[in-house]
Design a protein. Structure first.
Length: 261
């Protein structure tokens, strides 16, 4: 049978079980008719709870058959006592069912509340973590700024401490040429150095550019085609065909010329 099995179960293609028609004889009450409320998928196939219901129905039918007839006052009193006892039993069973249902609902509520509390705790933890991260970033930025300011102030204090008496120091030429940020390499204009004053020093002086003879020699060395350019006038665009039809590209120019006239 292993070779004949398919990818789909037979149960997936089945419908509800077939219920044939039946005829009830007069004067008879079949027990199966008391279970007419149970249908396929709603009580059938029967489980433990359905079997308890069937047993209770059987007990109730046996109790109804055992009730005394109402032919005498003693039988009537006995029947009332039996009915009261059965009613108390029914109420006790109903209360027990209500307690079971309430317990099940309470467990469901507990699970929902527990899940809700867990979700809320996760959300709170995430918010606290983000808040803590923001505070840590602000703290690190503040510490970095304090360290930078402290290093700057320490450098200033060290520089002041070197010459705290304001004494004159001898010029160290080796130190100045070794430091590329000194006045030798990068002099300041506030101490009297203006680099624009000697701008003519960097200008190019050439015989071919500054003298007329040099320009003539330069012109002779250049080809004739470079000095005398030939510019050809562009040909006008032909927008009218031989038959007198104006092309689409020349319609706008024709309309503008007509408006100008």
């Amino acid at each position: 049978t292993l070779g004949t099995q398919t990818d789909y179960r037979d149960g997936e293609a089945q419908t509800d079980p077939y219920s044939p028609e039946y005829i009830v004889r007069s004067g008879s009450v079949p027990e199966i008719l008391t279970l007419a409320t149970l249908t396929w998928g709603r009580g059938l196939p029967a489980g433990q709870a359905e079997m308890e219901i069937i047993d209770r129905i059987r007990e109730k039918r046996a109790w109804e058959a055992a009730l005394p007839p109402m032919d005498s006052p003693s039988n009537v009193a006995k029947r009332l006592k039996m009915m009261e006892a059965m009613e108390r039993k029914e109420w006790a069973y109903r209360e027990e069912e209500i307690d079971k249902l309430q317990k099940v609902q309470m467990e469901v509520f507990k699970k929902l509340l527990r899940r809700r509390e867990e979700n809320q705790n996760e959300l709170d933890d995430m918010r606290l973590y983000n808040h803590w991260q923001n505070h840590q970033k602000a703290k690190e930025e503040k510490i970095r700024k304090i360290q930078h300011d402290s290093a700057l102030m320490l450098r200033k204090l060290i520089a002041k401490r070197k010459n705290w008496m304001g004494k004159l120091e001898r010029r160290d030429i080796i130190k100045e040429y070794n430091d590329f940020s000194s006045q030798t390499y990068a002099p300041l204009s506030r101490i009297g150095f203006f680099p624009d004053n000697n701008s003519d020093y960097y200008s190019v002086k050439n015989f071919y550019l500054n003298t007329f003879a040099g320009l003539c020699d330069l012109e002779k060395s250049v080809r004739r085609s470079v000095s005398q350019l030939k510019i050809r006038a562009p040909k006008p665009k032909c927008t009218i065909t031989t038959t007198g039809y104006i092309k689409r590209s020349g319609r706008l120019e024709a309309v503008l010329a007509q408006v100008h006239q």
